[in-house]
Design a protein around this ligand. Structure first.
Ligand code: HEC
Ligand code: HEC
Length: 389
């Protein structure tokens, strides 16, 4: 059933339930062209909220000033985000109308496709695993090898990629310019007909709204400094209230003893945090961790042989939802991932010096996996499947 498009549907609500694990069918199959009448689009655009800046929620564990991550040349209005949501789910951006962005980055599958490598139009397989599009707001580069500098630059890639959407930008633009509902929205949002630049900007604006924060680890980190605190020694009532609030939230989201041991290993003996650091658990850098030393990886972008087999450190938020793992989807479970690191990766000429045998016991391997599975899984922005013009 399609809910009417109101400005309320622009207020993406974060759920506490987290993403579903079992899914049948593809969400973008429910985004049907022609189900969003022109009158509704006009009414939405006439509403004062359309031109207002998109308001980010406050999410535990993420920086407070989320709007400061939005590039100056692509400010986010509600109408632009809504247009991007439609384009993201619209299969007309692919040559044969069978593939949308959501086909490979499916909200019901942790915003990825849970396959080792992705399948595009005409059942063609690509060479790499589809990453999630969650928290891309923070991404300094896009793709496993960082070959796109921005989400805007990234968004046009798949449309013209022969094994993904297999179209050309000119043909996609021509097709969308025949859809009155899009023409009206592009005119209102960008003051132009449908253009490649506008498609890229709208999709990027939508992607920046897909956020995840508020997992058990976030609550733990917010409360950690108060763990050994003696309330009686604190005179300031405000500080007491703040501390008690943080401690209460942590208690409501307490991780299991195994996950907590795993956390200590992650930031300690297992040295995962040498690369997986910060709010999004990535240093945004490129490393060869000995997965598949034959893929040129980052060296294809920099031309530097030393970067052979180096890939971008991915965020580990909601990692339990996006198996299989690594750029080639070669590791099936989180335990396999930790075992990979425990043996020091696969030796090769360009292996990072931060990768070495960890000497974790079998229990410790389980604990690190448990930490990722349990404490890094959190709510994601809930996005309704749009009706399409
Ligand atoms: C056929 C499957 C497929 C389709 C369709 C597809 N993607 Fe992707 N996407 C991938 C794969 C595979 C990668 C990783 C490729 C690489 O790094 O070389 C990727 C990478 C990305 C990234 C980079 C994420 C990161 O962490 O660096 C973003 C963002 C993204 N896609 C958004 C989109 C958008 C927007 C669309 C629609 C315009 C789209 N994708 C269509 C498979 C797909
Ligand atoms: C030297 C930096 C570095 C260290 C140390 C490191 N990682 Fe990674 N991690 C990466 C990079 C880079 C990738 C992607 C590699 C690839 O696909 O070839 C990755 C990928 C992963 C993935 C798969 C992500 C996905 O989306 O498929 C998981 C899970 C992971 N790391 C967990 C860990 C854990 C647990 C540790 C500690 C035991 C750790 N990492 C230590 C850099 C690092």
């Amino acid at each position: 059933m399609y809910r009417p498009l109101t400005l309320l549907s622009l207020l993406f609500l974060a759920t506490t339930a987290g993403a579903q694990h079992q899914v049948s069918g593809r969400l973008d199959d429910r985004a049907v062209p022609g189900t969003l009448p022109l009158e509704e689009i006009r009414a939405m655009l006439a509403d004062a909220a359309a031109t207002k800046p998109y308001e980010f929620p406050t999410l535990p564990g993420l920086p407070e000033d989320l709007a400061s991550f939005v590039p100056a040349d692509n400010p986010m209005t509600n109408a632009k985000v809504e247009l991007g949501r439609q384009l993201y789910f619209d299969k007309r951006l692919s040559r044969d109308g069978t593939v949308s962005c959501a086909t490979c980055h499916d909200p019901a599958r942790g915003w990825t496709d849970t396959s080792p490598v992705s399948t595009g139009i005409a059942a063609q397989k690509g060479g790499r695993s589809a990453p999630t599009v969650t928290n891309r707001l923070f991404g300094k580069t896009q793709f496993w090898d960082g070959r796109a500098a921005s989400l805007e630059e990234q968004a046009l890639g798949p449309i013209a990629n022969p094994v993904e959407m297999g179209f050309t930008h000119d043909e996609a633009i021509e097709r969308l310019n025949q859809v009155k509902g899009y023409v009206v929205q592009f005119a209102a949002v960008f003051g132009t007909p449908v253009t490649a630049d506008g498609i890229a900007k709208a999709i990027a604006a939508f992607e920046r709204t897909i956020l995840s924060g508020g997992n058990k680890n976030d609550y733990y980190e917010a409360a950690e400094r108060w763990f050994d605190w003696d309330e009686a020694s604190e005179d300031d009532a405000e500080v007491r209230a703040l501390a008690n609030r943080a401690l209460d939230l942590e208690a409501q989201h307490r991780m299991s003893p195994s996950a907590e041991r795993g956390r200590a290993l992650f930031f300690g003996k297992a040295s995962c945090s040498a690369c997986h650091v910060g709010a999004d658990l990535t240093d945004e850098m490129f490393h060869n961790i000995g997965v598949q030393p034959d893929d040129p990886g980052r060296s294809a972008v920099t031309g530097d042989a030393a970067h052979t087999g180096a890939f971008k450190t991915p965020s580990l938020r909601n990692i339990a939802l996006t198996a299989p793992y690594m750029h080639d989807g070669s590791l099936k479970t989180l335990v396999e991932v930790v075992e990979h690191y425990n043996k020091g990766g696969t030796p090769n000429d360009h292996l990072s010096e931060k990768i070495f045998p960890l000497k974790l016991t079998p229990q410790e391997v389980q604990d690190v996996a448990r930490f990722m599975e349990e404490a890094l899984t959190g709510p994601v922005t809930e996005v309704e499947v749009p009706r399409l013009p």
